[in-house]
Design a protein around this ligand. Structure first.
Ligand code: G6Q
Length: 544
């Protein structure tokens, strides 16, 4: 038995056997067998309420999943991450996003250095800068107050702050409009700045490496746009950087006094609590940002200390393993019933799919089990009028996470009660469906009965919070970060690297000059790619 290969573990095999029982068990029967199932499988963690009862799991499933977690060394993995061990071995790095929200008096030592003071030093500098911009003390080159912030970044340097600015708009200073430009498609920048006054615009160039093609292309074009209006000298007051690469920041023309650093032990998709969240801090202010970090911290503490059966990220992560590897669910929907969380599924898509979309073990052997699922979703109730059809009556089972809040930030009329009624109703309908007999009892003609029958037995987790606050959002992000880590640990894959994004980048670097070369280039790609390049070259300037 090799303990690093989960399918070799007796605990994995026990779940394979148990799977057969569960395939024959319906949620309806589980609820009928235990009238207290709902409350029994629900608990509070870090201020969030979790109802796991509508999952395809009974007491044995839960026990067996926790046995597997223990046998796979999850406790040791958690301890190693929090201790700053170099668990990202393919990049030889610690994985310390938890240090980003550690309190000032904490101590986390990496290579003999306590990283916590440095974290707070950068946060304090960010706070000071955000206060200056928000109060009007920091002005643009002409003395005009900053009214627009444009974050230039991509991937982890975009999705986190972009999602959070949208999510926490209620708490934002409405006199500062924060926008995000990520795509190398020139349309993104052009449309973002079209109606902006350069004298009132601040660009935050957010790039850990400061070498990312898209971000640098956008930063150069943004600088051209600014300088065309205000001259070269304006750059100093209109560009700041978030990066670990002081040399490249300086070479770009940004004063490193206006650079906010972070560390190689923060992965891009785990970085929104660092200076990468500067644009969020500019929007909601330093005190809101501290609250946001307090939410992360509350979930970190819960994750580190709670026993596995009452540990929300552990339960969520193990359910990912259960659905993905044992019940063959290829995708997972995240359905926030809150318009402010419209970008949350897109954010989680990167967090989860870039982390757990892996096909080899930590030792580099091919995995013999399914790893990360496709993560997707849209806010409710919109999704109900679009893709929920497949969730209810399709042939594929898609486990869902429903997220809801007891109080609306925009109370008025009966909108919120309607919204929440829909959330509860969808989870109920997915779980219990509507039988053919019930359909017939409604007098539906026989030829329509099959069409109007809902099989039910479709799993979901429901997460309920009181209100969407910076703290709640931090808590939710940390919850998913840790759930991803739990699943990745049990799958024995590397959740903190992302080599899969490299090949396309390399090929694009090779193809770019082939598209623009004066003379027809010698192409050595496959026949499809060669033909596409020829066609593009012929037509790119409106040629025949
Ligand atoms: C995230 C990834 C990736 C990264 C972007 C931007 O975990 O590493 O999405 O964040 O490629 O990288 P830079 O911040 O270096 O520009």
């Amino acid at each position: 038995m090799n303990p690093t290969v989960p399918i070799d573990l007796p605990e994995w095999r026990a779940l394979r056997t148990h799977r057969e029982d569960m395939l024959a068990t319906r949620l309806r029967d589980l609820f009928a067998a235990d009238p207290e199932r709902g409350p029994k499988m629900s608990f509070e963690a870090a201020g969030l309420y979790f109802d796991f009862s509508k999952n395809h799991a009974d007491a044995s499933t839960v026990r067996l999943l926790h046995d597997l977690a223990r046998a796979a060394g999850l406790r040791e993995r958690i301890d190693a991450m929090f201790a700053g061990d170099r668990i990202n071995t393919t990049e030889d790095r610690s994985v310390l996003h938890v240090a980003l929200r550690a309190p000032r008096d904490a101590s986390i030592v990496v290579d003999g250095v306590d990283v916590v003071p440095g974290v707070h030093e950068v946060l304090d500098r960010c706070a000071d800068f955000a206060d200056r911009v928000r109060s009007g003390d920091w002005t643009g080159h002409t003395g005009a107050r900053i009214r627009h912030v444009v974050n230039l970044g991509i991937g982890g340097s975009d999705l986190g702050p972009a999602m959070c600015v949208e999510a926490l708009r209620h708490y934002a200073d409405r006199d500062i409009d924060v926008r995000f430009v990520s795509n190398v498609d020139g349309t993104h920048l052009a449309e973002a700045v079209r109606d902006l006054d350069p004298a009132a615009t601040l660009f935050v160039v957010c790039s850990k490496t400061f070498t990312t093609l898209e971000t640098l292309a956008n930063a150069r074009s943004a600088r051209d746009w600014l300088c065309a209006a205000l001259g070269e000298d304006a750059v100093a007051k209109h560009f700041v950087a978030v990066s670990t690469n002081a040399e490249a920041v300086s070479a770009f023309g940004i004063d490193t006094a206006n650079m906010f650093g972070f560390w190689d032990w923060v992965g891009g998709r785990y970085s929104v609590g660092s200076a990468v969240g500067l644009s969020l801090m500019l929007a909601i202010g330093p005190s809101g940002f501290r609250e946001f970090l307090a939410g992360f911290r509350a979930m970190d503490e819960h994750f580190f200390t709670a026993p596995f059966p009452r540990n929300a990220p552990v339960v969520m992560g193990m359910l990912r393993v259960w659905y993905g590897s044992f019940l063959d669910c290829a995708s997972h929907a995240v359905l926030p019933y809150d318009q402010y969380l419209a970008r949350f599924p897109a954010y989680l898509q990167q967090l989860d799919m870039e982390s757990n979309g892996k096909r080899v073990t930590r030792e580099g052997t091919d995995v013999q089990w399914h790893t990360g699922a496709v993560v997707w979703g849209e806010p409710g109730t919109n999704g109900q009028h679009a893709f929920f059809q497949l969730l209810h009556q399709g042939t594929r089972i898609v486990p869902c996470d429903f997220l809801g809040f007891c109080r609306s930030l925009n109370p008025g009329g009966d909108h919120h009660d309607q919204l929440m009624a829909n959330l509860f109703a969808q989870a109920e309908a997915l779980a219990f469906g509507k039988s053919a007999d019930d359909v017939r009892a409604e007098g539906v003609p026989e030829e329509l009965v099959a069409h109007k029958t809902f099989p039910g037995n479709r799993p979901s987790t429901l997460i309920l919070a009181e209100e969407l606050t910076p703290r709640t959002l931090g808590c939710l992000i940390a919850l998913y970060e840790h759930a991803v880590f739990v699943a990745g640990s049990v799958w024995n894959i590397h959740s903190f690297d992302q080599w899969g994004v490299e090949l396309g980048k390399q090929l694009a670097r090779r193809i770019a000059p082939e598209l623009t070369a004066e003379a027809e280039p010698e192409l050595a790609h496959d026949s499809s790619t060669n033909a596409l390049i020829h066609r593009y070259r012929a037509l790119r300037r409106g040629g025949a």
